[in-house]
Each structure stands twice: as structure tokens, then as C-alpha cells.
Write a protein that binds this ligand. Sequence first.
Ligand code: FES
Length: 106
Amino acid sequence: PRITYIEHDGTEHTVEVGNGLSVMEGARDNDIPGIEADCGGACACATCHVYVDPSWIGKIPAKDDAEADMLDFAAAPTSGASRLACQIRVGDHLDGLIVRMPETQG
Ligand code: FES
């Protein structure tokens, strides 16, 4: 699946991410800046905060309580579009997904 990551300054990166990886791992493996992922994907740092494009919010499995709780620790303001990129599992249903990175992760 192809995923588009948009940096806070508007720089876009569209890359192919393998099924089963997380949206965070897709950014990390392609050296896309803006997602720090200090905890390595354990839902324990909130430095992988992204804003899911409005057109995709309803198409992604809802966040669980652990993700919702950890998002409270995100450095940038959160919104209904906020997710932790390490908790979004890539699959064919996410082909074309667009996420935007916040101004800061820490
Ligand atoms: Fe730490 Fe996602 S990488 S919460």
C-alpha cells in the first residue's frame, strides 16, 4: 500500500509500505522526518503523533484506550484526527492513506 506522509512544512513523501508494518515503521524505514517514535512502537511515548487526513478517519480501526491515554501526552495539540502512527497497522485497506505530522513531537 502507498502511504503519503506530509511534514509540517508541507513536504510530501509518498512511499510503499509493506502490509503488517505500522504507519510509524513506514516513516522510519523510509527516513521520513517528523515522527520520532522514541519508544520504538510500544504505545509508550506519543512521539509518533500524526493527524489522519479527514477523508480517512472513518476508514481506520478506532484507537483503543491505551492509545487514547498516551495521546494525552503528545507534545502538539491533539484533535479528533490525532493517532499514534505506531498503532495503525498497514494493510491493503489503507492504500492511499494520508497522514500529516505535527509541528513538534517533543
Ligand atoms: Fe512510541 Fe508510538 S512509537 S507511542
